[in-house]
Design a protein around this ligand. Structure first.
Ligand SMILES: NC(=O)c1ccc[n+]([C@@H]2O[C@H](COP(=O)([O-])OP(=O)(O)OC[C@H]3O[C@@H](n4cnc5c(N)ncnc54)[C@H](O)[C@@H]3O)[C@@H](O)[C@H]2O)c1
Length: 435
């Protein structure tokens, strides 16, 4: 064990990061930047080829950083055999839901199918993918034990959840505290030592299950509170109260309140999915939670609420959704990023299309998307729009409040606006209707 600790301290331990996405790529680059030799393993050849050319496909990873380390300290590859030469393996593969909303851990299993071919003594494996409590022990530690290794003695296993917030200008991989929980105290110690080389603050817990639960608590907390505020927004709408003003004023309380904001639903790879991992696992213990299911229900009905609101608004102007020209502003799941995964805006698009609306999508962050619920065809997205073009729409719906939108120009030219994000907050106009 001391050998591995020493190697980590001297930044000589070889690291392999499996899965070079939103989580894995920043992590790999961060370790390479401080001098560790890092193999980045991804099964998508095109991603690996881009990285070898020094190109970044993740908005939070600076291309300059990739260029500086690639070929010197960072070696992207599709070849798992580099694990033979690796001391530390960090797994950051996707953990989606199946159609039945049960966890899909097949990506972790597939990564482990490869890793076990190259196991050796004094190796550390850390799982970073969000998952249900028990995954690290069941799918990684127990599997490795079958090869004769003693976890905590000649092999080390831990869970350390990724907390990256894509597009956040203040918090990045380096300054976001990292939680670590190993199978034994030694596994935690080694993992802590590794992350301390690149992350400012490490918080340790007593087991991988605790660390897995930390991540689920954080994201369930968000999903439930967003569900609550979405429900309050619907109530306020009926009562003629501006929810945004209410939240702003409530935020002046210096203790015991934290603002959450309503919107057209929740998206991304984390908030809509992670609570379902917890709810699924709890059922194995005969516990049927109510908060998670309720929040999921409220949040997933928000796109339909938007549809109904827009239909009401058009009705006032003696128009039907069928045949109306609608401009959707922002299609990504949150502002200032290019990620469309689980975006509620896509659901709004789909619902409007079903009703016969003639939709144009405007989003400077995206070129196109696949209409997965429709005919699976590529939908082109406008990256720019002029005032004259805006004038032609019967209704504009703001679904994602990118900072780069020219809100004044849109407000000046639009006939009517439904603002689901309070993006037009600086502009007072009767034609802007807020969620
Ligand atoms: N995106 C976020 O903001 C975020 C934040 C915190 C936690 N997480 C969690 O981190 C994990 C990864 O998420 P992500 O957003 O980075 O996903 P992603 O889809 O951006 O990246 C995953 C990468 O893994 C690769 N991959 C899949 N299977 C592989 C395999 N068997 N071998 C090698 N590569 C493989 C994919 O090609 C892809 O490049 C998930 O569990 C997610 O819930 C994500």
């Amino acid at each position: 064990m001391s050998d591995l600790l020493q190697k980590i301290k001297e930044k000589k331990s070889v690291i392999s990061v499996i899965g070079l996405g939103y989580v894995g790529l920043p992590l790999a680059v961060e370790f390479a930047k401080v001098g560790f030799p890092v193999y980045g393993i991804d099964r998508i050849k095109q991603k690996v080829e881009l990285l070898i050319k020094g190109k970044s496909y993740i908005i939070d990873v600076d291309e300059k950083d990739v260029k500086n380390v690639v070929g010197e300290k960072f070696f992207p590859t599709t070849d798992y055999s580099v694990i033979n030469k690796s001391d530390c393996v960090l797994i950051a593969v996707p953990t989606p839901l199946q159609k039945s909303k049960d966890p899909d851990v097949s990506y972790i299993t597939a990564a482990m199918d490869e890793v076990v071919k190259y196991l050796h003594k004094d190796m550390l494996i850390v799982l970073e993918s969000t998952t249900y409590p028990g995954t690290t022990r069941e799918l990684i530690a127990e599997r490795i034990s079958k090869y004769g290794y003693k976890i905590g003695k000649d092999f080390f296993v831990a869970f350390s959840p990724e907390r990256v917030d894509p597009g956040n200008p203040k918090y990045n991989t380096k300054n976001t505290p990292k939680v670590v929980g190993g199978i034994t105290g030694k596994d935690t110690l080694i993992t802590r030592m590794l992350y301390e080389q690149v992350i400012e603050k490490i918080v340790t817990v007593d087991s991988p299950e605790e660390a897995e639960m930390v991540k689920l608590l954080e994201n369930t907390f968000r999903a439930v509170n967003i569900g609550l505020v979405n429900e309050l927004a619907i109530m306020c709408h009926r009562m003629g109260i501006d929810i945004w003003n209410v939240i702003e004023a409530a935020s002046s309380k210096p203790f015991g309140f934290m603002p959450f904001y309503p919107g057209p639903g929740i998206g991304g790879h984390c908030i809509p999915l992670d609570p379902m991992y917890l709810s699924w696992k709890a059922k194995m213990y005969d516990y049927y939670n109510r908060f998670i299911e309720l929040a999921s229900d409220v949040n997933s009905n928000m796109p339909r609420f938007v549809l109904n609101k827009v239909s009401e608004i058009l009705n006032k102007y003696k128009k039907t959704l069928n045949g109306s020209k609608v401009l959707l502003m922002g299609i990504t799941y949150k502002k200032d990023i290019d990620d469309l995964r689980e975006s509620p805006a896509l659901e709004v698009y789909h619902l409007l299309k079903e009703m016969g609306a003639l939709i144009t999508v405007y989003d400077p962050m995206v070129n196109s998307f696949i209409d997965e619920k429709g005919e699976h065809r590529k939908v082109k997205v406008k990256k720019n729009i002029s005032g004259n073009e805006v004038k032609k729409f019967d209704c504009v719906i703001l679904l994602t409040n990118h900072s780069s939108f020219d809100y004044r120009m849109i407000a000046k030219n639009a006939k009517i606006i439904f603002d689901t994000r309070n993006g037009f907050k600086e502009i007072k106009s009767k034609k802007i209707i807020k969620l």
